[in-house]
Ligand binder design. Structure first.
Ligand code: NDP
Length: 399
């Protein structure tokens, strides 16, 4: 049916490629391209014998022209961007120049400013629309499935959604004193930033990790959860009409917070360049280089993740509460695709988004977030493709 160019060859990409190869009727041919082509070859080698034909290529996706040349030589129907958020705009430009659909899992962030916002990518709406092309933003888990969960709740259970609490819990243990489960630079920048949530039409700011609760999560048990800002809050505040409050919570162990506090106190999480023995280095990037590679955590990580949305609102004039979540087991993911659950829960929805686009099921010219489409086909695919979800109708609420 189609050809996909997949950019980036990290933990998430490994899952996307494995999952695309499980659907060779949709993904007939893949070109896997990244800055380090050896990483692409390593993923390709794991999938020797797959029905999907896999090519590899070297590309620096900071340079639109390199992506344009690659698109022209491979001629894909869609570009799946699972490189880093810094490359989003250059890849979107290349898609526009060559007439190809686009999908990513994280919104654009300028390399020199720790600030992610949809404004840069939403500014491409008219250009994509006029070109008859579709860009699907944030088709990972959060953002991604969390938006689909909200759209599903809105479609099937609520006339009016008032409150949304997104809870992202990772009870995995990799056995290291400190490591991050995905790109450390992105992860640390996310946690050390101020918290923010949406309430009554306004954005309210908190100090980093200022708000904490203990929440008893199904299949995981009680965990410390902290209020963070997360990118799907921005699009859900616009797309879930009339919502009064949206918050995002993530689990961190005391051990994780202690390590992070020390690293921050000594300046290791800074993105300001410093001069070290005549060479300019960015402390956070240096830290990334000394921490365990997230890709190496897979075989060591035991335990489960639980990510879901606790929703309150009304149906037929009566109050209603609803909790929809997915539980994912790190070891099961590793056995299936050779990656832990953090990469798995991101890579599967990226493949599903691309599959629905190639099949023409989600197909509209313009730039969209996932909650703007009919959630039902996506929810069906989650059940079929390794991320089954569960519902509760009287969950414990967070207040
Ligand atoms: P990794 O750091 O493991 O992999 C990133 C890959 O992108 C690497 O192969 C890297 O190449 C490549 N890359 C970086 N810069 C360039 C460039 N200029 N040109 C071409 N390739 C480049 O990250 P993950 O796999 O963990 O994450 C991938 C994406 O998924 C990120 O954007 C992340 O924010 C997002 N994400 C989204 C989540 C969600 O739920 N929505 C959750 C987790 C992640 P090299 O090896 O040479 O450095």
């Amino acid at each position: 049916m189609g050809k996909a160019l997949i950019i980036g060859a990290g933990g998430v990409s490994n899952v996307v490629v494995h999952k695309c190869c499980q659907h060779p009727e949709v993904f007939e041919e893949i070109c896997l391209a990244s800055r380090t082509v050896e990483k692409c070859d390593a993923i390709k080698n794991k999938l020797a014998g797959s029905k999907t034909k896999i090519h590899t290529a070297r590309v620096n996706a900071d340079d639109s022209n390199q992506v344009i040349d690659l698109i022209r030589s491979f001629n894909p129907d869609i570009v799946i961007n699972v490189a880093l958020p810094y490359q989003d705009l250059a890849i979107m430009d290349a898609c526009l120049a060559t007439g190809v659909h686009y999908l990513d899992t994280a919104n654009y962030e300028p390399p020199d400013t720790p600030k992610f916002e949809y404004k840069w990518q939403w500014a491409y709406r008219e250009k994509f629309k006029e070109a008859g092309l579709m860009a699907l933003l944030g088709s990972g888990f959060d953002p991604g499935v969390t938006g689909v969960f909200c759209a599903y709740a809105q479609k099937h259970y609520f006339d009016q959604i008032d409150y949304i609490d997104i809870v992202d819990a990772n009870a995995g243990d990799h056995g290291y004193p400190f490591a991050t489960n995905f790109n450390p630079e992105i992860n640390i920048r996310e946690i050390t930033a101020k918290g923010r949530f949406y309430e009554n039409g306004e954005w309210k700011e908190t100090e980093p990790l200022e708000y904490k609760h203990v929440y008893d999560l199904p299949e995981i048990g009680p965990k410390n959860i902290y209020l963070l800002y997360h990118e799907e809050l921005e699009s859900l505040a616009v797309n879930i009409k009339g919502v009064k409050r949206i918050r995002f919570w993530m689990t961190f162990s005391d051990n994780y917070i202690n390590h992070l506090t020390v690293l921050q106190n000594v300046g290791m999480t800074s993105i300001e360049p410093i001069n070290y023995e005549g060479k300019e280095i960015i402390p956070l990037q240096f830290l990334k280089a000394v921490l365990p590679d997230p890709g190496s955590l897979g075989p060591r990580t035991k335990g489960k993740t639980n990510i879901g949305c606790i929703i309150q609102g009304t149906k037929d004039g009566k109050p209603r509460t609803y909790y929809v979540y997915n539980v994912c087991d790190h070891q099961e993911c590793y056995r299936e695709v050779g990656s832990q659950a953090i990469s798995y829960t991101t890579g599967v929805p990226a493949m599903i988004g691309a599959k629905l686009m190639l099949q023409g099921i989600w197909n509209k010219p313009g730039v969209f977030n996932v909650e703007e489409f009919d959630p039902d086909p996506f929810m069906d695919e989650l059940n079929k493709c390794g991320l089954p979800w569960k519902e509760e109708f009287s969950p414990t609420l967070l207040d």
